[in-house]
Design a protein around this ligand. Structure first.
Ligand SMILES: [Zn+2]
Length: 453
């Protein structure tokens, strides 16, 4: 008991200190913005090679000492601006390096808040910012690294309605989002505005990187004129990702953005870098050039501003812009049961068999007691196991055959369980019911200590 009291006291104290820290961060932000304004207005401040202010010489000396970069590269950075769309796994490392490198202006767009299960990969955020907008957290981190770069916050989702206005203010765009509609929208907007796009992606243990719409190179639509089928579009909220993989790709995105802004080297246009983390392999493949038939950048009828603003990216890609999980409704009400009702049946000691249809690596994370793991993908082959489980339950309870033992199906969020129940009904398991909202509803309604993932 004493331990848990101390735990609560420590948590309260940390929350109060974090609150003070946030207030101090806000005050620093105001002062930094003012300082930047004074420095920018102060034309009398002496400049050196290529108009670099004196305080930049020492700060960026290791850049200046690079013969292939030098004062020209650094001065180009100072006169450039980069917009990072998404302050998540890719955006986090990219923003840290972009804040450090000496750009004139750095914009951050994101509409999400920081969550505990982001922190293993979104390294710009810290525990103190959980529940607060990612943009605020990322901007505070960037400002604490570099008070000489102007940091601009856009606490909103990028949509076809606001993208032109926001993106037109920047020289280079960095796509650090994780969904198909955003990829098409950002690429199209870059085509309309004539901006280079540094595009990165990371799922599982693989990553890829390329630069679109640069110096006559292809755009995203040149390569992918039609969107991939919805099921093929994995997102890291639903599939796993090893934290350092987006970290590597995000760093490479920052590198390409720095090269383009500083006007040095050969940006990765017309080529794609593929990272396979498990086998430690990086390949660079040549990709198709700009397509004259492309609906965005093609020769015949390039996309106009008006067409762009009216284009429905969500219906084009059949997937939503936001990361809200899918909520299917396949079954009639009497084929479903809430977690509260299910819990009551357990308490009333009613006979039942519970089938958990998640993949086995999910089942190993956490599961309900007395559940039988039969992944949806192997349901067809393993129906006899369900029959024998029902029979066994009946025998254990000493029930006469024919008296119904209930069959419940659960998954993570209540989508696959409905698919499974649909199938089970077809195969003669007419009493099968799905637990609405899956294990997430168990945590929400029954046991807050039951871990979610
Ligand atoms: Zn194109």
């Amino acid at each position: 008991m004493a331990g848990s009291e101390e735990e609560s006291r420590i948590i309260r104290e940390m929350e109060s200190l974090n609150e003070s820290k946030r207030k101090i961060d806000d005050e620093i932000r105001v002062l930094q913005a003012r300082l930047l304004q004074i420095r920018q207005n102060n034309h009398s401040s002496k400049t050196y090679g290529n108009n670099l202010p004196a305080h930049h010489i020492y700060r960026y000396s290791r850049h200046l000492l690079l013969p292939s970069f030098g004062v020209e590269g650094q001065a180009n950075l100072l006169n450039s601006s980069v917009l990072v769309v998404g302050a998540g796994g890719l955006g986090s490392p990219a923003l840290l390096y972009l804040a450090a490198c000496g750009l004139g202006r750095l914009g951050i767009v994101d509409h999400d808040v920081v969550e505990l299960n982001n922190l293993h990969r979104q390294i710009i955020h810290s525990e103190a910012y959980i529940g607060r907008p990612k943009v605020e957290s990322a901007a505070a981190a960037c400002r604490s690294i570099n008070s000489t770069t102007q940091i601009v916050e856009y606490k909103e989702a990028l949509r076809a309605t606001n993208a032109l206005e926001i993106m037109s203010k920047y020289d280079v765009i960095l796509d650090a989002t994780d969904n198909a509609p955003s990829r098409y929208m950002i690429s199209d907007c870059c085509v309309v505005l004539g901006k280079p796009l540094v595009s990165g992606a990371a799922v599982g243990l693989e990553g890829q990187l390329t630069v679109y719409n640069y110096n006559g190179g292809p755009c995203y639509r040149c390569l992918f004129p039609t969107p991939p089928p919805t099921t093929a579009c994995q997102r890291c909220s639903d599939s796993g990702v090893l934290g350092v993989v987006p970290g590597i790709i995000g760093c490479l995105q920052a590198l390409e953005a720095v090269k383009i802004s500083a006007k040095v080297g050969d940006p990765l246009s017309g080529r794609m870098l593929l990272l396979d983390a498990m086998s430690a392999r990086i390949r660079i493949v040549k990709i198709r050039g700009r397509s004259p038939q492309c609906e965005a950048c093609g020769d015949t009828s390039p996309l106009t501003r008006q067409q762009f603003q009216k284009f429905d990216y969500e219906s084009f890609t059949q997937s939503p812009l936001s990361t809200t999980p899918l909520k299917l409704k396949l079954l009639p009400g009497d084929a479903r049961i809430s977690s509260t009702e299910f819990n009551k049946k357990i308490k009333d000691a009613e006979p039942y068999v519970l089938v958990d249809v998640r993949p086995s690596h999910h089942y190993k994370i956490v599961s309900l007691p007395r559940s039988l793991n039969i992944p949806l993908s192997s349901l067809e082959d393993r129906l006899p196991e369900i029959s024998s489980a029902l029979k066994k339950e009946q025998e254990c309870r000493g029930l006469e055959s024919g008296r119904g033992t209930a069959l419940y199906v659960v998954c993570r969020r209540g989508n696959d369980s409905q698919r499974a129940v649909e199938y089970l009904h077809k195969m003669g398991f007419s009493t099968a019911k799905d637990i609405i909202g899956g294990l997430e509803s168990w945590t929400f309604d029954i046991d807050p200590n039951f871990p979610t993932y």
